[in-house]
Design a protein around this ligand. Structure first.
Ligand code: ADP
Length: 297
C-alpha cells in the first residue's frame, strides 16, 4: 500500500493579458478552479493506477475542500484521513499570460495544520505502510517526523523535495528514493549543478546521503541511481506537450504505485515516464492523469 502525506490545494487559474502593476485593475478570463497540490496530485496519480492509496492531508470546511475530497475519492484514494481543519483550504492562484508564463501565489491555509501532532494522531495509517510519499508543501518538521518514524516502522520513504527546500542530513539519509527535477537538484547540491551531466548530478545528490535518487529531466526523461549502483538514463516518451502542469506529480505518484507493486527502481521509472507523458499531453493536473486501463498494461 501507498500512503501519500502532503498538500491539497484548489488551483484558481486566470488568464490575463499582462500582470497588473500596483494600483492597477485589469480584467481576466473566467476563473477556472481545479484540484491540485503536490500531495493530492500524487495520490490521485497513484490511485488511478490501481494502487491501494491513502492520502493524509488537511482541507478547510469549504467547497474547495469538498472538491479536493471528491477528486481523490474518484481516483480510488482512501480519504478517511483527510482532515477538515479550522483554516480555509489552501489555494494556488495561477496567473497565465499569453506568452504561457505563470505567476503563482500559494496561500497555504489548511496545509499549515499538517503538524507532527496531527500525524501522530493517525500513526497507524502510515507507520509501516509499504511506501510513504512526502513532498515539501507542508511544514518541514512534519516531513522529518514522518520520515523518521515511518522508516523506523519498516516503511520505504520516498521524498519529493519540491518545492525546493533544504532537508536535514538525517532526513536525506532515509530517502529511497529522493526525487527531484533539475532546478531542485541545482538547489540541493552545494555549489549547484550548472554544467553537470545527468550522471554527475545523480552522483552529487547521492553524496548528500539518500539510498537512491531520481532526477526528472522534462522532455529528457529521467536518470536514477542507487547507492553503489550504476547510473541509468530512461528516455521520455515522445508526446506533443499540451500542459506540463503536474507532470512531476504524475511521475512521483506512478513511481510510488509501481514500487509498492514490487517493481525495482528501473521498472518504476519506466512506468513513471509513461504516465507523466500522458499527463503532459492533456490539460490540467489531476484531470490529465491516466487510469491503469489506458496504459494497456
Ligand atoms: P516538473 O514538472 O516537476 O518540473 P519535469 O519537467 O522534469 O518535472 O517532468 C517530469 C516528468 O514528466 C519527466 O521526467 C517526463 O517523464 C515527463 N515529461 C515532462 N515534459 C515532457 C515532455 N515534453 N515530453 C514527454 N515527457 C515529459
Amino acid at each position: 500500500d501507498v500512503v501519500v502525506i502532503g498538500s491539497a490545494n484548489a488551483d484558481l487559474i486566470l488568464e490575463i493579458d499582462h500582470r497588473p502593476r500596483g494600483g492597477e485593475t485589469i480584467l481576466g478570463s473566467d476563473l477556472v478552479v481545479m484540484p491540485g497540490g503536490k500531495g493530492a496530485n500524487q495520490a490521485v496519480a497513484a490511485g488511478r493506477l490501481g494502487a491501494g492509496v491513502a492520502f493524509i492531508g488537511c482541507v478547510g470546511p469549504d467547497a474547495y475542500g469538498q472538491m479536493l475530497r471528491t477528486s481523490l475519492a474518484e481516483a480510488g484514494v482512501d480519504t478517511g484521513r483527510l482532515h477538515v481543519a479550522d483554516l480555509p483550504s489552501a489555494n494556488a492562484i495561477i496567473l497565465v499570460t499569453p506568452d504561457g508564463e505563470n505567476s503563482i501565489i500559494v496561500s497555504p491555509g489548511a496545509n499549515r495544520r499538517m503538524t507532527p501532532e496531527l500525524l501522530d494522531g493517525c500513526r497507524a495509517t502510515w507507520a509501516g505502510a509499504a511506501i510513504v510519499v512526502l513532498q515539501l508543501e507542508i511544514p518541514l518538521d512534519t516531513v522529518a517526523h514522518v520520515a523518521t518514524h515511518a522508516h523506523r516502522a519498516g516503511s520505504r520513504v520516498l521524498v519529493n523535495a519540491a518545492p525546493a527546500a533544504m532537508l536535514d542530513d538525517e532526513v536525506l539519509a532515509l530517502c529511497d528514493p529522493l526525487v527531484v527535477n533539475e532546478s531542485e537538484a541545482d538547489f540541493l547540491v552545494p555549489g549547484g549543478t550548472t554544467g553537470m551531466s545527468p550522471a554527475e548530478m545523480t552522483d552529487a545528490l547521492l553524496a548528500l546521503g539518500p539510498l537512491s535518487v531520481v532526477v526528472t529531466l522534462g522532455a529528457g526523461g529521467a536518470v536514477h541511481a542507487e547507492r553503489g549502483g550504476d547510473v541509468v538514463r530512461t528516455p521520455a516518451h515522445r508526446v506533443q506537450a499540451v500542459d506540463t502542469t503536474g507532470a512531476g506529480d504524475a511521475f512521483v505518484g506512478a513511481l510510488a504505485a509501481e514500487l509498492a507493486a514490487g517493481a525495482d527502481l528501473a521498472g518504476a521509472v519506466t512506468l513513471a515516464n509513461e504516465v507523466a507523458a500522458v499527463a503532459v499531453g492533456r490539460r490540467g493536473a489531476q484531470a490529465s492523469y491516466p487510469w491503469r486501463a489506458e496504459l494497456g498494461r
